[in-house]
Design a binder for this molecule. Structure first.
Ligand code: HEM
Ligand SMILES: *[C@@H]1O[C@H](CO)[C@@H](O)[C@H](O)[C@H]1NC(C)=O
Ligand SMILES: *[C@@H]1O[C@H](CO)[C@@H](O)[C@H](O)[C@H]1NC(C)=O
Ligand SMILES: CC(=O)N[C@H]1CO[C@H](CO)[C@@H](O)[C@@H]1O
Length: 415
């Protein structure tokens, strides 16, 4: 907490990239109100499961090579195969036990439930990059961008390169908890985790729990889309969620990182559909990945996420350019303002990169570079209370992204 405040108030560059925050008359209480995590709050270390038996993900083998991604390096990018591979017992579905951490991302939860990530939910940069390629056939460039975002925006540890896919497990991710301060993991709010998720509560409305599956929201998504989770229907549902949050959430914040929610929405039709079902983004597929189990009374209960039976992944890799184009396409169907409000006050817009006065500018390459800008550390992160602030993260991200994104022509960060 101290570190979050510290980085927002002291670090000029971070504040400038968040004018919405810096313009607030009362920055301290604002941040405090939005960042009540940690301790025994939802997502905090007190209630976070602890599994003393950390077993790294088994990875691929000569017998079951998937697309050949290992050690955080590029695989061959060729998808269209069954996952798990027939006979590959190492990657069969294994539900999480009470000591295993799961979080807000159905894609990573499913990966951990099939041992593409360490089953206890404490994963690494390399596991994330490998799993995204081998399981989903995500392109190497996007796999690296998402893994960098996971580690930097949500306070994984850039020294150990470890990250909790859910609640705060600093004792297991940090190289030195005293130096790094708390590392909240993917549950940490308003860095990666944002308001207006598809199936997660807004932070404020959920009393701090914005990461658990919410069956009411899943049902709304199903009814709004008619169970066809394509671009048009998800664009509409995302717009409805935005309106719902504007109406109900006096502390609604839809900042630059909310862009990532559009990207995640595109995963429902871009990554989850199966070749054995003609790549249809249908109810069976989506409910299985989301762990949404329909009850006899018509409500939905959260159960562990899994890969649908007889599932084959997409054939061409899903790249950064793909996700940027889909992000923009989803946004442009129902353009909304980026910004937020405090205690029901007036809505204030943000400007950041190709988002100006709350409006996302309409070019695919602008959106690619916006993702790059977010990934290279120009957004506040709590990691930097004591470690070389911002610069360390920028260097980490730039180093990781160099190979993956150097050809995209985005302005390079100053390091
Ligand atoms: C390193 C890689 C990844 C990281 C760090 C990551 C992280 C996250 C986080 C923090 C959220 C919560 C956002 C929010 O609700 O505010 C999220 C949501 C989501 N992620 Fe991921 N993710 C990754 C990869 C994937 C993959 C590979 C898939 C799918 C195959 C996926 C699918 C989704 C979906 C569909 C949501 C939206 C859930 C909802 O709104 O209910 N993610 N992810
Ligand atoms: C789920 O979301 C609905 C709609 O926003 C909300 O009314 C309800 O309180 C949420 N349920 C839980 C358990 O948080
Ligand atoms: C699984 O998918 C394959 C490839 O499309 C198909 O040949 C097979 O019949 C399917 N099996 C089941 C059990 O659905
Ligand atoms: C603090 C709080 O409201 N926690 C609730 C959030 O939502 C989950 C279910 O999604 C409840 O089990 C928690 O009690």
């Amino acid at each position: 907490m101290i570190f979050i405040l510290f980085s927002l108030i002291i670090l000029g560059p971070s504040v400038m990239s968040y004018p919405f925050v810096s313009n607030m008359p009362n920055v301290d209480s604002t941040i405090l109100k939005r960042q009540q995590s940690g301790g025994s709050n939802p997502g905090g270390p007190v209630t976070c499961p602890f599994n003393p038996n950390h077993v790294p993900a088994p990875g691929i083998s000569a017998q079951f090579p998937y697309n050949g991604a290992k050690d955080g390096l590029p695989g061959n990018g060729r998808g269209g195969y069954l996952v798990p591979a027939p006979g590959d017992t190492a990657h069969q579905y294994t539900p999480p036990g009470p000591n295993d951490i799961r979080g807000p991302c159905p894609g990573l939860n499913a990966a951990a439930n099939h041992n593409f990530l360490a089953h206890d939910g404490i994963t690494t940069f390399k596991e994330l990059v490998d799993a995204q390629q081998n399981l989903y056939n995500i392109g190497y460039d996007l796999a690296v961008v998402l893994a960098v975002l996971g580690l930097t925006l949500t306070d994984g540890d850039i020294v150990t390169e470890k990250l909790s896919i859910g609640c705060e497990a600093t004792s297991r991710t940090s190289f030195a908890p005293i130096l790094t301060g708390p590392e909240p993991g993917l549950d940490g709010h308003n860095k990666f985790e944002s308001d207006t998720s598809l199936t997660r509560n807004d932070f404020f409305l959920g009393h701090g729990d914005n990461f658990s599956f919410n069956g009411t929201l899943y049902k709304m998504m199903k009814e709004s889309t008619g169970g066809v989770y394509n671009r048009d229907n998800l664009a509409k549902y995302r717009y409805e969620r935005y309106q719902q949050s504007v109406r109900d959430n006096p502390n609604f914040y839809f900042g630059p990182l909310a862009l990532l929610l559009f990207g995640a929405a595109s995963f429902l039709y871009g990554l989850m559909p199966s070749g054995t079902r003609n790549y249809a983004p249908d109810e069976y597929t989506i409910s299985t990945f989301f762990g949404a189990e329909k009850q006899s009374d018509g409500s939905y209960k959260g159960v562990p996420e899994r890969i649908p039976d007889n599932w084959t992944n997409r054939v061409p890799p899903y790249s950064v350019v793909d996700v940027a184009e889909e992000t923009l396409a989803l946004y442009l169907k129902y353009p909304v303002l980026f910004g937020g409000r405090i205690d029901g006050g007036e809505f204030q817009t943000v400007s950041y990169g190709s988002i100006q006065n709350g409006i996302l500018g309409g070019t695919g390459s602008g959106t690619v570079c916006l993702l790059y800008q977010i990934a290279t550390g120009q957004v506040p992160s709590s990691l930097n209370g004591v470690l070389a602030p911002v610069l360390g993260i920028v260097q980490f991200a730039t180093r990781k992204l160099g190979l993956a994104m150097e050809n995209l022509g985005c302005p390079q960060p100053l390091t």
